[in-house]
Design a protein around this ligand. Sequence first.
Ligand code: ATP
Length: 610
Amino acid sequence: MRGRLVKFADLVAAYERLEATTKRLEMRAILSELFQSVPRPELAEVVYLSQGQLRPEYEGVELGVAVSLASRAVAEGTDAAPAHVAERLRALGDLGDVAQELLAVRSAVPTEPLEVREVYQGLLDVAKTSGEGSQDAKIGVLRGLLARTTPVEGKYLIRFVMGTLRLGVREATILDAFAAAYGGGTKEARLRIEAAFNVSSDLGVVAESLVDGGLEALGAIRLTVGRPVRPMLAERAKDLAEVLKRMEGSAALEFKYDGLRVQAHLDENGGVRLFSRRLEELSAQFPELRTELPLALRTAPAIVEGECVPVDPETDEIRPFQDVSRRRGRKYDLDKVADEIPVVLFLFDVLLEGTEETLGLPFPERRARLEKLVQGSTRIRLATQRVVHDTEAAQAFFDESIAEGCEGVMAKSLAPESAYRAGARGFWWIKYKREYTQGLADSIDGVVVGAFHGRGRRAGTYGALLLASYDPAKGTYESFCKVGSGFDDAALQALPERLKPFETAERPNGVETGMEPDRWFTPGLVLEVRGAELSLSPTHRAGLGKVRAGAGFALRFPRFTGRYRDDKGPEDATTVDELLRLYRTQVRRESTGDDDAPEGAPALPPGRKD
Ligand code: ATP
């Protein structure tokens, strides 16, 4: 079998071709060719490696290699002096380039080609090694691999380790490539493959079933406890009348709790794992939920979803979401903080109950199941719900929700088609928040792509950030505002440190803007802003040309809300299509004579006809 193993050189050749293009179609072709050339046992590994990962993202496997450690490995693996490596790093700015340069002039040239499997195993060992002596062990593995790479292989190995591959390969591109390789490239194949990914969150698993049995085999991918499902998402409506119209007159309204979305997985032995909206594991942060869930649910295994909100321990009132976000980032004193900031998990959905997958059932049936499943406890409760048939009843429920400390309502369709649509945003769920009745409908989650130096009181930190919206169709990040307000002193001081991991010398591929910030960042950090309105501007490129040729959406008077969306990845930021809908909502408001358009707003462009 040895001869069939994939050579690392083949993967690196694909990396080189991917790096040389930004065109999604070309990327799809390169990846589809690569995947088809790989034998089944190595396919998942190659899929993860082409994403710049070792395991599916939700597992959170990290190499844990800092630049100092990687520099030492490069020095030892190329017989160069550490000072020389440091000097070349200053000159070239990329440790991968340094490795390539030094490997080209080393004395001992490797004879036996490296295989992908060896690299993969080595890197997995690096990731798994922790504790005392782990630094030396990690260096040992990397040095061993470097000794056997060609210069160009060394470059990509080091970039992989440093997390700076910059191939521009996103999940969507890989799904495109799967559709091309195993589904004849049709739209239907793409949709089915994406649906399989949405329930498994694992591109390796999807690839393997495609190879095993083509598109038909995807249906056999089961929900698995411990493997998170990508969350179903909601659309917005301009008012409660629209909510009811979209839902054909009747809807289940629920309190919309403002906290942290949590997907809880309970196994048959009472083990609990908790995942965030972006599928990061939160289990360690909420020990009390892990204790209570097995007691609060009548059946195991189960997968349920809810919103985790902080409550006042004395009055049981809901507290501001900031309290729960303080717990989210905690690594120490987890039990102590659990007493200080108690939380309640308000459950609103059930995806798996015992051995039965319930996510395909219509929502009313899921809710009925959930009500039976949850016996409730201090920390685990059901989301408050009421089925309404008219706007008066909807408004009354909305008011109750606000009075209880919630931010609005979440409307859920009662239609037979109201299955849980993993990973999809649609009108089966509609969110309606209090802030929709004030100024611009809803806050916007923007990705930081650049920053401007501060002056005066802000000298030494950033004065403003350049934010972008995401376009999933093109895979681009397009600017929509420069925001400097809303940052208090502490937030300002912390900015350079927070943004450091994303710093990059040039405008990253796929970032579109007419502005020239002082610093560029790889899209990564997401934060929430509000503004007076969306207007059109030639400087900003978000949704360029969607309303008027040559102009993108620009947020007027943007202000940071103080909320970092650590629970969102850059691809979860507000999309350009959402901006378009927000833009149209405000146009409609004015045309319907609502008086909440911002004062002094310029004449708004014509709205849509529907
Ligand atoms: P989105 O999740 O739509 O991208 P977001 O993260 O900015 O947006 P919101 O716009 O505030 O969040 O609203 C959606 C979120 O509301 C859900 O993801 C969930 O975390 C939360 N939520 C609170 N109560 C409920 C509920 N009863 N049903 C569903 N989701 C709820």
